[in-house]
Design a protein around this ligand. Structure first.
Ligand code: NDP
Length: 289
């Protein structure tokens, strides 16, 4: 029987509605949850992400603001802006859209954002809080979204063997900490892993986040496993109007024949990321109200 699809669009909608209700409670108390996104330069993909973040905030009844800075903005000016936003009581969440231009050190930017406003969850204070399971910490939005998808798909990871493919700071590592705190037994695979398929074949749950189109094939998956595909890859496809299509890190069709549940790409993990950003922003506002 083909795997059940985990519908990220529907779950993200539920989360955005829940966030809207939580925001309304705060607004009734005179606090409008506010997210400020800073975009340095004019990278077209980043511009699209930023405007969808602002729109999603406004749709949830929150304040969404985007500050656009020219690509040659000096690092000192960006850090001074972050200081100003840190001190602004109407701003509950601050996000500097990555990547920043090459002359700016991304780590200096991350370190400058007050941890209480770091709704992206990249500040080392939040990384630590999430690792030790402290509820005030902000987890990065994509792995946090994966946890919600699993939960709402009725998948309890406690005691399960979970394999995470990828060890990046934004997905693989925080994914691992969230899973360990949810009592999963976690194996993290990366480019130096020997015989990667021997790990994935015994996993109850596989989370693929490596950025390689359709890397996870059906022979690498145990029958009945749950497969979550974080990957977003553009592959050339002359048959489409744009000349490309988006695929995940999982060979969706064949793996669907083996897995019990699976996320599609697009329409799986992707929509969860912005929903979790809104959730983190409302939490930041609640923590300071
Ligand atoms: P990175 O490039 O930062 O990390 C990729 C990871 O995969 C690394 O740990 C790397 O290992 C590992 N890896 C690469 N190739 C292989 C291989 N052949 N075998 C085993 N491991 C390998 O990617 P990100 O974590 O930023 O993103 C991963 C994917 O998720 C991308 O497709 C990205 O577009 C997508 N993504 C989706 C989001 C969403 O909202 N849905 C948000 C963020 C990312 P090593 O460390 O050894 O180099």
């Amino acid at each position: 029987m083909p795997a059940k699809r985990i519908d990220g669009v529907a779950v993200a909608k539920e989360i955005r509605e829940e966030v809207g209700r939580d925001a309304a409670v705060l607004i009734a108390r005179g606090v409008v949850p506010g997210l400020t996104v800073v975009l340095v330069g004019d990278d077209p993909a980043s511009a699209v992400y930023v405007s969808s973040k602002e729109k999603a905030c406004v749709a949830a009844g929150m304040k969404g603001e985007t500050i656009r800075l020219p690509a040659d903005t000096p690092q000192a000016a960006l850090l001074a802006l972050i200081d100003k936003l840190n001190a602004d009581d109407t701003v509950h969440g601050i996000l500097v859209q990555m990547p920043v231009p090459k002359h700016i050190d991304p780590q200096s930017v991350i370190l400058r954002i007050a941890p209480e406003k770091d709704v992206d969850g990249f500040h080392p204070v939040n990384v630590g809080r999430v690792w030790i399971g402290e509820s005030t910490g902000f987890a990065p939005c994509t792995p946090a979204g994966v946890m919600v998808l699993l939960e709402r798909a009725g998948v309890s990871v406690a005691g399960q063997d979970v394999v995470v493919l990828g060890r990046s700071t934004i997905v693989g590592k925080p994914m691992t900490s969230l899973l360990v705190n949810a009592s999963a037994t976690v194996t993290v695979c990366h480019s130096r892993t020997k015989d990667l398929a021997s790990h994935t074949r015994r996993a109850d749950v596989i989370i693929a986040a490596i950025g390689k189109p359709e890397f996870l094939t059906a022979d690498m998956v145990k029958p009945g496993a749950v497969v979550i595909d974080v990957g977003i890859n553009r592959v050339v496809d002359p048959s489409t109007p744009k000349g490309y299509r988006i695929v995940g890190d999982v060979a969706f069709g064949p793996v669907s024949e083996v897995a019990s549940q699976i996320t599609p790409v697009p329409g799986g993990v992707g929509p969860m990321t912005i929903a979790m950003l809104l959730k983190n922003t409302v939490r930041a506002a609640e923590q300071r109200a």
